[in-house]
Design a protein around this ligand. Structure first.
Ligand code: PEP
Ligand code: MN
Length: 338
């Protein structure tokens, strides 16, 4: 259930409503927006008489939520979520964020060169995998924490934030000091134990859509994180598996407006994994921004064709720089900045 408080509701009134909700056996998640406080009650609300809450002082209205996700639904934060990072960067606001970096952190020189390029072109986030989910167990599996330390150093030297994939619960603690945003990869979107654990930390989580997941399943997975109290979830459309073989995955651009309609969470477009081909990354990045993406995630590398993983979809620096110039124009055309 969602209890929307009146704009002028006092803290006292809000606490009183929370108390009655808790007495009724529901778990209360509070969000305080610019103008209004919303209280989401999660739990056995089916038999509750909602008028009991409607008559409380300060309450604007109360309704039941029919969708299976309660906290990820638009009604929890009608104005949308803006995820804020410690340096002031945001994902979900007017500015479209750019997350750029290699598929995998390979060595010191590689990640420092990439960080400098990402910064110069205007990106705010440096990405790179230290733990790589590879289809083959014999493929490069990543440098682990030492690699992440290198990326953190490179990011700090350039005033960037880091995004890196966490594959299992045991990696979270070791990653914390070097990671500003934890990525959950497509293959782990329904690793519910991992999601629950990420709900307990207080750092943003970038949750990628599973290879064969519906948008509803993606939102339900975000609910696992949010139900632990971590509301800083950023969704990511990275393409899904369909019968089409011309591209590595089929990038579902329509998922972007659908997510914005159903949820308050920001959504990132990932045209690198979405297409698997560097000649198409630019088109789909622009399409994603035009469709309302709150950020773009792109793989870049100085020797893109020799990258140890995802080489075919990785952009050379000059391609990335050109794309950034074009993205600025598209962003402006849809009322955003880059
Ligand atoms: C990645 O970002 O490099 C990655 C492995 O992504 P995905 O989980 O979308 O395949
Ligand atoms: Mn990759």
């Amino acid at each position: 259930m969602i209890v929307s408080m009146q704009e002028k509701a006092t803290e006292e009134q809000i606490f009183a409503v929370i108390e009655v909700m808790e007495e009724s056996g529901v778990n209360v998640h509070r969000t305080t927006g610019a103008t209004q406080t919303i209280l989401a009650g999660v739990g056995p609300t089916a038999g509750l008489d909602l008028t009991k809450f409607e008559v409380l002082p300060g309450v604007l209205n109360v309704h039941r939520i029919s969708s299976p996700y309660k906290l990820a639904g638009r009604a929890f934060r009608p104005e949308g979520t803006v995820v804020e990072f410690p340096n002031g960067a945001t994902i979900g606001g007017k500015q479209v964020a750019v997350i750029a970096g290699p598929c995998a952190i390979e060595n010191r020189e590689q990640i420092f060169t990439i960080a400098a390029c990402a910064k110069a072109a205007g990106a705010g986030f440096l990405r790179g995998g230290a733990f790589k989910p590879r289809s083959s167990p014999y493929a490069f599996q990543g440098l682990g924490i030492p690699g992440l330390q290198l990326m953190h150093e490179a990011a700090q030297a350039n005033g960037l934030l880091t995004v890196s994939e966490v594959m299992e619960i045991s990696q979270i603690e070791a990653m914390l000091p070097y990671t500003d945003c934890f990525q959950v990869g497509a293959r782990n979107m329904q690793n519910f134990n991992l999601l629950r654990e990420l709900g307990l930390i207080r750092k943003p989580v970038l949750l990628k859509r599973g290879i064969a997941a519906t948008i509803e399943e993606l939102l339900l997975s975000s609910e696992y994180i949010m139900s632990g109290g971590n509301y800083d979830v950023i969704l990511c459309e990275r393409g899904i598996r369909t019968y089409e073989t011309a591209t590595r995955n089929t990038m579902d651009i329509a998922a972007i407006p659908v997510v914005h309609m159903l949820s308050h969470l920001p959504i990132v477009g990932d045209p690198s994994h979405g297409t698997g081909r560097r000649d198409m990354v630019g088109s789909m990045a622009k399409a994603a921004v035009a469709a309302g993406a709150d950020a773009i995630l792109v793989e870049i590398h100085p020797n893109a064709d020799k990258a140890v993983s995802d080489a075919a979809q990785t952009l050379f620096f000059d391609q990335f720089e050109k794309l950034m110039v074009e993205l600025r124009v598209v962003a402006e055309a849809v009322g955003r900045t880059l």
